[in-house]
Design a protein around this ligand. Structure first.
Ligand SMILES: C[S@@+](CC[C@H](N)C(=O)[O-])C[C@H]1O[C@@H](n2cnc3c(N)ncnc32)[C@H](O)[C@@H]1O
Length: 267
Protein backbone atom coordinates (compact mmCIF):
# COMPACT_ATOMS: atom_id res chain seq x y z
CA UNK A 1 0.00 0.00 0.00
CA UNK A 2 1.32 3.48 -0.85
CA UNK A 3 2.44 4.96 2.44
CA UNK A 4 3.59 8.48 1.63
CA UNK A 5 2.37 10.80 4.40
CA UNK A 6 2.36 13.68 1.89
CA UNK A 7 -0.66 12.02 0.34
CA UNK A 8 -2.27 11.95 3.78
CA UNK A 9 -1.99 15.71 3.89
CA UNK A 10 -3.76 15.61 0.50
CA UNK A 11 -6.42 13.46 2.17
CA UNK A 12 -7.16 16.38 4.49
CA UNK A 13 -7.66 18.92 1.67
CA UNK A 14 -11.38 18.34 1.31
CA UNK A 15 -11.84 17.13 4.89
CA UNK A 16 -10.38 20.35 6.40
CA UNK A 17 -13.46 22.53 5.93
CA UNK A 18 -15.69 20.07 7.84
CA UNK A 19 -13.09 18.53 10.19
CA UNK A 20 -14.12 20.40 13.38
CA UNK A 21 -17.83 19.98 12.68
CA UNK A 22 -17.26 16.26 12.07
CA UNK A 23 -15.42 15.87 15.38
CA UNK A 24 -18.30 17.51 17.23
CA UNK A 25 -20.68 14.82 15.90
CA UNK A 26 -18.92 12.69 18.56
CA UNK A 27 -19.65 15.25 21.28
CA UNK A 28 -16.51 17.40 21.36
CA UNK A 29 -13.32 18.07 19.50
CA UNK A 30 -10.58 15.61 20.34
CA UNK A 31 -8.16 18.31 21.52
CA UNK A 32 -10.73 19.34 24.14
CA UNK A 33 -11.33 15.72 25.23
CA UNK A 34 -7.62 15.08 25.86
CA UNK A 35 -6.69 18.55 27.14
CA UNK A 36 -6.74 17.71 30.89
CA UNK A 37 -4.46 14.70 30.37
CA UNK A 38 -2.08 16.62 28.12
CA UNK A 39 -1.96 19.71 30.36
CA UNK A 40 -1.24 17.58 33.46
CA UNK A 41 1.73 15.94 31.76
CA UNK A 42 3.12 19.19 30.39
CA UNK A 43 2.87 20.86 33.81
CA UNK A 44 4.48 17.90 35.61
CA UNK A 45 7.37 17.52 33.19
CA UNK A 46 8.08 21.20 32.53
CA UNK A 47 7.45 22.17 36.18
CA UNK A 48 4.51 24.44 35.30
CA UNK A 49 2.79 25.49 32.09
CA UNK A 50 5.24 25.72 29.17
CA UNK A 51 6.16 29.23 28.03
CA UNK A 52 6.30 28.13 24.42
CA UNK A 53 5.26 25.05 22.51
CA UNK A 54 5.36 23.54 19.02
CA UNK A 55 2.22 21.61 18.08
CA UNK A 56 3.20 19.14 15.35
CA UNK A 57 0.46 18.21 12.87
CA UNK A 58 -1.65 20.96 14.42
CA UNK A 59 -4.47 20.46 11.91
CA UNK A 60 -7.22 23.04 12.37
CA UNK A 61 -5.43 24.40 15.45
CA UNK A 62 -7.86 23.55 18.26
CA UNK A 63 -5.14 22.37 20.67
CA UNK A 64 -2.76 25.16 19.58
CA UNK A 65 -5.43 27.78 20.25
CA UNK A 66 -6.28 26.30 23.65
CA UNK A 67 -2.63 26.66 24.64
CA UNK A 68 -2.40 30.19 23.20
CA UNK A 69 -5.49 31.16 25.20
CA UNK A 70 -3.57 30.12 28.35
CA UNK A 71 -0.71 32.44 27.44
CA UNK A 72 1.60 29.90 25.78
CA UNK A 73 3.48 31.11 22.66
CA UNK A 74 2.48 28.45 20.13
CA UNK A 75 3.82 27.44 16.74
CA UNK A 76 1.51 25.07 14.89
CA UNK A 77 3.03 23.03 12.09
CA UNK A 78 1.22 20.91 9.52
CA UNK A 79 1.75 19.42 6.07
CA UNK A 80 -1.79 20.26 4.89
CA UNK A 81 -2.24 23.83 3.67
CA UNK A 82 -6.01 23.37 3.87
CA UNK A 83 -5.87 22.44 7.57
CA UNK A 84 -3.50 25.37 8.25
CA UNK A 85 -5.89 27.77 6.48
CA UNK A 86 -8.68 26.76 8.88
CA UNK A 87 -6.32 27.14 11.87
CA UNK A 88 -5.32 30.62 10.62
CA UNK A 89 -8.96 31.70 10.24
CA UNK A 90 -9.78 30.40 13.75
CA UNK A 91 -6.80 32.22 15.28
CA UNK A 92 -7.77 35.47 13.57
CA UNK A 93 -11.40 35.13 14.66
CA UNK A 94 -10.35 34.34 18.26
CA UNK A 95 -7.76 37.14 18.32
CA UNK A 96 -4.96 34.90 19.64
CA UNK A 97 -1.51 34.97 18.08
CA UNK A 98 -0.50 31.65 16.50
CA UNK A 99 2.55 31.12 14.34
CA UNK A 100 1.55 28.64 11.66
CA UNK A 101 4.11 26.84 9.54
CA UNK A 102 3.69 24.61 6.51
CA UNK A 103 6.23 21.84 7.08
CA UNK A 104 6.73 18.11 7.40
CA UNK A 105 7.17 16.85 10.96
CA UNK A 106 9.95 14.55 9.71
CA UNK A 107 12.16 17.44 8.55
CA UNK A 108 11.02 20.72 10.17
CA UNK A 109 13.60 23.28 11.23
CA UNK A 110 12.45 26.22 13.36
CA UNK A 111 14.70 28.95 14.75
CA UNK A 112 14.02 28.75 18.52
CA UNK A 113 14.00 25.81 20.95
CA UNK A 114 10.85 25.44 23.05
CA UNK A 115 9.71 24.13 26.45
CA UNK A 116 7.32 21.59 24.93
CA UNK A 117 6.28 19.79 21.77
CA UNK A 118 2.92 18.09 21.30
CA UNK A 119 1.54 15.86 18.52
CA UNK A 120 -2.07 14.77 19.01
CA UNK A 121 -4.99 12.85 17.54
CA UNK A 122 -2.93 9.98 16.20
CA UNK A 123 -1.15 12.23 13.70
CA UNK A 124 2.03 10.14 14.06
CA UNK A 125 0.02 7.12 12.87
CA UNK A 126 0.18 8.68 9.38
CA UNK A 127 3.96 8.18 9.25
CA UNK A 128 5.16 5.44 6.95
CA UNK A 129 7.45 3.39 9.16
CA UNK A 130 9.77 3.29 12.18
CA UNK A 131 12.43 5.23 10.24
CA UNK A 132 9.95 8.11 9.75
CA UNK A 133 9.06 7.99 13.44
CA UNK A 134 12.79 8.22 14.25
CA UNK A 135 13.17 11.23 11.90
CA UNK A 136 10.24 13.05 13.51
CA UNK A 137 11.50 12.32 17.06
CA UNK A 138 15.02 13.48 16.14
CA UNK A 139 13.48 16.81 14.99
CA UNK A 140 11.51 17.03 18.25
CA UNK A 141 14.69 16.51 20.31
CA UNK A 142 16.50 19.15 18.25
CA UNK A 143 13.76 21.69 19.07
CA UNK A 144 13.38 21.02 22.81
CA UNK A 145 15.31 22.85 25.50
CA UNK A 146 17.08 20.53 27.94
CA UNK A 147 14.35 19.47 30.39
CA UNK A 148 11.66 20.12 27.76
CA UNK A 149 8.66 17.81 27.33
CA UNK A 150 7.22 15.92 24.38
CA UNK A 151 3.61 14.67 24.70
CA UNK A 152 2.00 12.66 21.91
CA UNK A 153 -0.66 10.05 21.35
CA UNK A 154 -0.95 7.06 19.07
CA UNK A 155 -3.79 4.80 18.07
CA UNK A 156 -2.95 1.24 19.11
CA UNK A 157 -3.64 -1.88 17.09
CA UNK A 158 -6.70 -2.40 19.34
CA UNK A 159 -7.73 1.16 18.46
CA UNK A 160 -7.62 0.47 14.74
CA UNK A 161 -9.59 -2.75 15.30
CA UNK A 162 -12.22 -0.86 17.32
CA UNK A 163 -12.43 2.37 15.31
CA UNK A 164 -11.16 1.69 11.76
CA UNK A 165 -13.20 -1.38 10.72
CA UNK A 166 -16.98 -0.94 10.65
CA UNK A 167 -18.41 1.48 8.08
CA UNK A 168 -20.46 4.34 9.51
CA UNK A 169 -22.24 7.59 8.76
CA UNK A 170 -21.77 10.80 10.74
CA UNK A 171 -24.36 13.56 10.44
CA UNK A 172 -24.46 17.24 11.40
CA UNK A 173 -26.67 20.02 10.04
CA UNK A 174 -25.79 20.40 6.34
CA UNK A 175 -23.18 17.63 6.52
CA UNK A 176 -23.11 13.86 5.97
CA UNK A 177 -19.89 11.85 6.06
CA UNK A 178 -19.83 8.19 5.07
CA UNK A 179 -16.80 6.24 6.28
CA UNK A 180 -15.58 2.87 5.07
CA UNK A 181 -12.31 1.08 5.68
CA UNK A 182 -9.95 -1.04 3.61
CA UNK A 183 -7.28 -3.20 5.22
CA UNK A 184 -5.47 -6.52 4.84
CA UNK A 185 -5.45 -8.87 7.81
CA UNK A 186 -2.10 -8.63 9.61
CA UNK A 187 -1.07 -5.45 7.74
CA UNK A 188 -0.71 -2.42 10.07
CA UNK A 189 -2.02 -0.05 7.37
CA UNK A 190 -5.69 0.87 7.10
CA UNK A 191 -7.31 3.22 4.59
CA UNK A 192 -10.31 5.33 5.59
CA UNK A 193 -12.44 6.26 2.57
CA UNK A 194 -14.62 9.28 3.24
CA UNK A 195 -17.53 10.49 1.14
CA UNK A 196 -18.29 14.03 2.25
CA UNK A 197 -21.58 15.71 1.36
CA UNK A 198 -22.19 19.37 2.21
CA UNK A 199 -25.60 20.98 1.73
CA UNK A 200 -26.38 24.67 1.77
CA UNK A 201 -29.82 25.73 0.52
CA UNK A 202 -30.25 24.17 -2.94
CA UNK A 203 -26.52 23.49 -3.31
CA UNK A 204 -25.10 20.04 -2.65
CA UNK A 205 -21.33 19.41 -2.85
CA UNK A 206 -19.96 15.88 -2.74
CA UNK A 207 -16.35 14.75 -2.61
CA UNK A 208 -14.13 11.84 -1.63
CA UNK A 209 -11.03 11.66 0.56
CA UNK A 210 -8.76 8.82 1.54
CA UNK A 211 -6.74 8.87 4.77
CA UNK A 212 -4.10 6.26 5.50
CA UNK A 213 -2.84 5.33 8.93
CA UNK A 214 -1.03 2.47 10.64
CA UNK A 215 -0.22 1.24 14.10
CA UNK A 216 3.28 0.96 15.55
CA UNK A 217 4.56 -1.62 18.02
CA UNK A 218 5.53 -0.21 21.44
CA UNK A 219 9.11 -1.33 20.90
CA UNK A 220 9.31 0.74 17.69
CA UNK A 221 8.14 3.86 19.54
CA UNK A 222 10.51 3.26 22.47
CA UNK A 223 13.45 2.66 20.10
CA UNK A 224 12.67 5.85 18.13
CA UNK A 225 12.55 7.88 21.36
CA UNK A 226 15.80 6.39 22.64
CA UNK A 227 17.48 6.86 19.24
CA UNK A 228 16.56 10.57 19.35
CA UNK A 229 18.01 10.90 22.88
CA UNK A 230 14.57 11.42 24.46
CA UNK A 231 13.88 9.85 27.87
CA UNK A 232 10.53 8.08 28.14
CA UNK A 233 8.55 9.46 31.09
CA UNK A 234 5.28 7.59 30.71
CA UNK A 235 3.05 5.61 28.35
CA UNK A 236 -0.58 5.28 29.44
CA UNK A 237 -3.39 3.48 27.60
CA UNK A 238 -6.55 5.56 27.43
CA UNK A 239 -9.90 5.94 25.74
CA UNK A 240 -11.25 9.50 25.47
CA UNK A 241 -14.49 8.49 23.72
CA UNK A 242 -17.40 7.77 26.12
CA UNK A 243 -19.35 5.92 23.38
CA UNK A 244 -16.52 3.45 22.59
CA UNK A 245 -16.46 0.59 25.09
CA UNK A 246 -13.05 -0.94 24.29
CA UNK A 247 -10.22 0.08 26.59
CA UNK A 248 -6.67 0.77 25.42
CA UNK A 249 -7.57 2.09 21.99
CA UNK A 250 -4.98 4.85 22.37
CA UNK A 251 -1.76 5.50 24.24
CA UNK A 252 -0.62 8.83 25.62
CA UNK A 253 3.16 8.99 25.62
CA UNK A 254 5.39 11.57 27.25
CA UNK A 255 9.15 12.01 27.11
CA UNK A 256 11.72 14.62 28.03
CA UNK A 257 14.94 15.90 26.61
CA UNK A 258 17.36 15.09 29.43
CA UNK A 259 18.91 18.06 31.23
CA UNK A 260 18.22 20.49 34.06
CA UNK A 261 14.52 21.05 34.58
CA UNK A 262 13.26 24.12 32.76
CA UNK A 263 11.90 25.82 35.89
CA UNK A 264 15.05 25.23 37.94
CA UNK A 265 17.20 26.61 35.10
CA UNK A 266 15.14 29.84 35.27
CA UNK A 267 15.99 30.41 38.94
C1 LIG B 1 -5.98 13.49 12.62
S1 LIG B 1 -5.33 15.05 12.11
C2 LIG B 1 -4.93 15.74 13.71
C3 LIG B 1 -4.92 17.23 13.71
C4 LIG B 1 -4.80 17.87 15.10
N1 LIG B 1 -3.56 17.46 15.77
C5 LIG B 1 -6.00 17.56 15.99
O1 LIG B 1 -5.79 17.18 17.16
O2 LIG B 1 -7.12 17.70 15.54
C6 LIG B 1 -3.74 14.61 11.45
C7 LIG B 1 -2.93 15.80 10.92
O3 LIG B 1 -1.61 15.34 10.61
C8 LIG B 1 -1.14 16.08 9.50
N2 LIG B 1 0.03 15.38 8.93
C9 LIG B 1 0.07 14.15 8.36
N3 LIG B 1 1.33 13.83 8.02
C10 LIG B 1 2.11 14.91 8.39
C11 LIG B 1 3.50 15.19 8.32
N4 LIG B 1 4.36 14.30 7.80
N5 LIG B 1 3.96 16.37 8.82
C12 LIG B 1 3.10 17.28 9.36
N6 LIG B 1 1.76 17.06 9.44
C13 LIG B 1 1.28 15.89 8.97
C14 LIG B 1 -2.36 16.16 8.60
O4 LIG B 1 -2.24 17.15 7.61
C15 LIG B 1 -3.47 16.43 9.63
O5 LIG B 1 -3.67 17.81 9.83
Amino acid sequence: MDADPASDADGYTLFASVYDQWQRTYGAEYADLVAPRVDRRLARLVGGPPRNLIDLACGTGTHALRQARHGVAVTGLDLSRAMLAIARAKAEAAGYPLTLVHADMRSFDLPKPVDAVTCLYASLNHLADAADLARAFERVAAHLRPGGAFVFDLNTRAGFEALWREPGTDRAPGLTIDRRYVWDEGDPWVQMHLTIERRSGETIERGQSVLRARWFEDREVRAALAGAGLALADCTPFNPFPEVERPGIKQLWSATRPGASIRSSLR
